[in-house]
Write a new protein. Structure first.
Length: 233
């Protein structure tokens, strides 16, 4: 087989394994598989992998660097783009020009930038409030007590739709407990924003507890694409 055929077969096998894990987790939690969206995180991987994934039926893909994401979005049409990393305020307008969902809204200035970018592009962008479950400022996220005010600010801006919450399980913590807390924050948010039903939680190592807690979106990279290639400097 040629190189692309070999890579396609590898991606198909890994994708099938992850799909089986999700299906098993949904079954154990008495949930329907249709309740959970798989976002394949393709950061640092080449655009050829994106094309192969699209051909394998993947629709939702995630990136965490604006320049890389913008280039890939321009080259591979027909995909639903999620921005899953921290967004620099100066990059917000660019991100809003191609991302359908931004998973990392954690400050009002970022909401303002995303709104301006969405308006300029004539788009509506779904935003998820990133929740800090450990208070670590280096990992991004708003404290649970700050989520309502941030969501209100975003909801009042043109071009943005508050769609839910996102979090990364704190290092060394029980992911199930962390995701249960995220679900609680999301439930409280829906009291004022009924449409905010997305709970983005769980990655390659902890997708099962995320599904058990009630996650609607999983952000999976390594389990499908393999260990990240080294970054050339």
């Amino acid at each position: 087989m040629t190189g692309p055929q070999t890579r396609s077969a590898e991606l198909a096998a890994r994708l099938a394994e992850v799909e089986q894990r999700i299906a098993d987790a949904c079954r154990a939690a008495a949930r329907s598989r249709e309740e959970v969206t798989l976002v394949v995180v393709t950061k640092t991987w080449p655009v050829t992998d994106l094309a192969l994934l699209r051909d394998l039926g993947v629709q939702d893909v995630g990136e965490n660097k604006d320049q890389e994401a913008a280039e890939k979005a321009a080259q591979v049409p027909g995909l639903h783009w999620h921005f899953v990393g921290q967004v620099q305020s100066r990059k917000a307008r660019s991100v809003a020009s191609y991302a359908a969902v931004v998973h990392s809204l954690d400050r009002t200035r970022l909401a303002d930038g995303l709104s301006a970018g969405a308006e300029r592009a004539g788009r509506t962008v779904d935003v998820l409030v990133q929740v800090s479950l450990d208070g670590d400022p280096d990992r991004g996220g708003a404290l649970p007590t700050d989520v309502p005010a941030l969501a209100e600010h975003a909801a009042a801006l043109p071009g943005l739709r508050v769609a839910g919450v996102m979090a990364v399980a704190p290092q060394g913590a029980d992911p199930r407990q962390a995701f249960d807390r995220l679900v609680e924050v999301g439930q409280a948010l829906r009291a004022d924003h009924p449409q905010a039903r997305v709970v983005s939680a769980g990655m390659s190592a902890d997708l099962e507890p995320a599904v058990a807690a009630g996650a609607t979106h999983l952000r999976v990279g390594t389990a499908i694409l393999g260990p990240r290639p080294p970054v050339l400097r």
